[in-house]
Design a binder for this molecule. Structure first.
Ligand SMILES: C[S@@+](CC[C@H](N)C(=O)[O-])C[C@H]1O[C@@H](n2cnc3c(N)ncnc32)[C@H](O)[C@@H]1O
Length: 296
């Protein structure tokens, strides 16, 4: 089922600058989820076709935690935030849940509905801050590598209302590259990124590992309990083509002009070739789990 509820401006190609909240802790340069870049937040839409095969699935251990702790399973109702092309949706559905997936990208949402479909999935083409949500209806609100694009101060009270009393908020990200497990490939990749982006920090997604910042953010306003955190360490298998697709799915690479983007991604693929054609790239998926504490 696919509901196109709102027309969403596709700003993927336009730079509208940074809007939204001011950084809460300007002294902390790693606190990078405090400002949402509107141009980037819908940038995945511009390469919706490629996104489908760019990002790997999440580890099975993550879904096991959701089953054991949050009751994910047949009969459970999940509200998914920022589903993209379904990297996490598939795992949730595979456990027997029904999923309402909120995704603002028109083409991403269309892919999601077409690729997965079925009675257990409803796709809502909207942002979580504005999507109409029924009250007291979900057991779990889940968001995979997407909550840094969400205005949490708007979304959290809405999610608390949409969840049943005692319902769970499960928010997670995969951070590609695990700084606790350095590899020659990652060292070479760092040097490449320093050349391509001499003025930018290397890791656009280290923000999820700012654990106390995220625990503060997710419990702000008292809607949810201060989250428990799990870090799942795993290894992503990269081929030259897979690495090109993965690194080509991040906003910083997609903001390069086409020629520089191609040079950069060719160089990424060459690094995998030089490493023997397959790289086992350590990753960490960080999961924040909290429960509804207040409803309005
Ligand atoms: C990095 S992608 C993650 C997609 C998918 N969940 C995954 O795990 O690969 C982030 C997604 O969040 C969506 N998104 C951005 N802002 C959003 C918002 N305010 N509400 C819901 N989704 C949003 C984007 O359109 C995009 O599909």
């Amino acid at each position: 089922m696919y509901r196109h509820l709102h027309h969403v401006n596709n700003r993927a190609n336009g730079s509208v600058g940074v809007v939204g909240r001011e950084p809460r802790s300007p002294a902390d340069p790693t606190y990078d989820h405090a400002v949402i870049d509107e141009g980037r937040r819908l940038s995945f839409e511009a390469r919706a076709d490629e996104y489908r095969t760019a990002r790997p699935p999440y580890p099975e251990a993550l879904y096991e935690i959701l089953v054991q702790r949050c009751g994910l399973g047949p009969g459970s109702r999940v509200l998914e935030i920022g589903a993209g092309t379904g990297q996490a949706t598939r795992g949730l559905l595979a456990r027997g849940a029904t999923v309402v997936a909120v995704e603002p990208g028109v083409r991403l949402a269309a892919h999601l509905a077409a690729d997965i479909g079925g009675d257990a999935l409803e796709v809502v083409n909207d942002m979580i801050e504005t999507a109409p949500l029924p009250d007291d209806s979900f057991d779990i609100a889940a968001s995979a590598t997407a909550f840094h694009w969400v205005r949490s101060e708007v979304a959290l009270p809405r999610l608390a209302r949409a969840l049943r009393p005692g319902g769970w908020l499960a928010v997670w990200w995969t951070v590609f590259g695990d700084r606790t497990r350095p590899t020659p490939f990652r060292s070479a990749l760092d040097r490449l990124y320093e050349r391509t982006f001499p003025h930018a920090p290397r890791d656009p997604l280290t923000g999820p590992l700012n654990i106390e910042s995220w625990r503060d953010e997710l419990s702000q306003g008292g809607w949810f309990t201060r989250p428990d955190v799990e870090q799942l360490r795993w290894v992503n298998r990269l081929t030259p083509d897979g690495a090109r697709r993965l690194f080509g799915s991040f906003p910083n690479v997609n903001e390069l002009d086409p020629a520089r983007r191609a040079v950069h991604l060719d160089a990424v693929a060459d690094l995998v070739r030089e490493a023997g054609g397959v790289v086992l790239d350590p990753c960490v998926t960080v999961l924040y789990l909290s429960r509804v504490a207040a409803q309005r």
